[in-house]
Design a protein around this ligand. Structure first.
Ligand code: UD2
Length: 313
């Protein structure tokens, strides 16, 4: 079985690549290394890596014809809401058009895929008050990022139904863990907190810290993706989260305890377009026998210990 992972050198993608290789898959990665790094996957000699942009349509078309993957995991994205507001056309090309084009090529060459999995985001729910967010909750995508993710979901599902393709969408909540790149101000807050703890730099807290998120450890995310593949789920949208609501203040406190350090905290205005409260219903995942192995304290401890080990080696 051959799997194509776009964004496979990135944070979540590289963990998925690990799992696929360990499960005996032949793995092909496409990544432009804008956020990802070859070092995340270089421990696998047997994988094929193309350093390329998913927006290079000619390249992607040729790649499908040459590699003919059985499974396609589309993780390549510009994952920053703020970036999508600054550069809506560029982010649209990656977060929407590249996925659409790939679906269209699959349809045209009648590639007999076993699963096409598109990774969407909790951003599609926007700031509506209903909690927890169920897959059939109302959506209110407001940023170009969220609109692209939602529109792409609709295409992915419609292509599945109309052309009998085994497509599925997942909505990631706040994923954290090793290899998350802290380099951008819009990187995941836990990667930024880790970096601040490691370098004793001050952490900037946007807002009063009462905003809540559903933090999910990357190993649980991979487990969820794998269950979706194993169960051959198709034509569905599935939340990937922990199902627990935690405030930013709460997680900062917990992380300081784990690291045995106090952070210097600078306060700043709440960010524009910010979601106040977010937590998922994970009923659909649970029906696939999903159970989290990484409650927050355990996941954070593992993450922190890994980072300390990494710094020593
Ligand atoms: C996450 C996703 C984003 C999108 C969105 C949907 C990540 C990295 N981003 O954004 O792609 O799917 O969910 O709603 O998963 N914060 C600070 N200081 C910092 C950085 C962040 O206070 O230096 C705050 C931030 O204002 C927010 C919280 O921490 O209230 C979480 O921020 P985030 O960027 O990790 O994730 P989020 O939920 O904004």
């Amino acid at each position: 079985m051959k799997a194509l992972v776009t964004g496979g050198a990135g944070f979540i993608g590289s963990h998925l690549v690990d799992h696929l290789v360990e499960s005996g898959f032949e793995v092909v990665v496409v990544d432009d290394l804008s956020m990802g790094a070859i070092s995340n996957i270089k421990h696998w000699e047997q994988i094929t890596i193309y350093v390329a942009d998913v927006c290079d349509d000619k390249f992607m078309q040729q790649l499908l014809a040459d590699e003919r993957p059985d499974y396609i995991y589309f993780l390549a994205a510009i994952a920053s809401v703020a970036d999508s507001i600054e550069r809506p056309a560029e982010t649209h090309a990656v977060n929407h058009t590249a996925v659409f084009n790939l679906l269209e090529h699959i349809r045209q060459i009648r590639l007999p895929i076993k699963q096409f999995l598109f990774t969407s985001s909790a951003a599609v729910y926007g700031n509506l008050p209903e909690l927890p967010k169920r897959e059939d909750s109302r959506v209110a995508p407001v940023s170009p990022y969220a609109i692209d993710k939602y529109a792409t979901e609709r295409f992915v599902l419609a292509y599945g139904e109309l052309y009998d393709l085994p497509t599925v969408c997942v909505r990631f909540f706040n994923v954290y863990g090793p290899r998350q790149n802290p380099s951008s101000p819009y990187s995941g807050v836990l990667s930024i907190l880790t970096d601040c703890l490691k370098t004793q730099r001050p952490f900037t807290l946007f807002g009063d810290g009462t905003q809540t998120r559903d933090f999910v450890y990357v190993s649980d995310v991979i487990k969820a993706l794998w269950l979706i593949t194993e169960h051959q789920v198709q034509h569905e949208v599935i939340n990937i989260a922990n199902g627990l609501e935690t405030s930013l203040n709460g997680i900062i406190q917990m992380y300081q305890e784990i690291a045995g350090q106090q952070l210097e905290i600078k306060r700043a205005e709440q960010r524009g377009g910010e979601v106040d409260h977010s937590v998922a219903s994970i009923g659909k995942l649970a029906r696939l026998n999903y159970e989290s192995e990484w409650p927050l304290r355990r996941g954070l401890t593992k993450y922190w210990e890994g980072e300390c080990e990494h710094a020593r080696s």
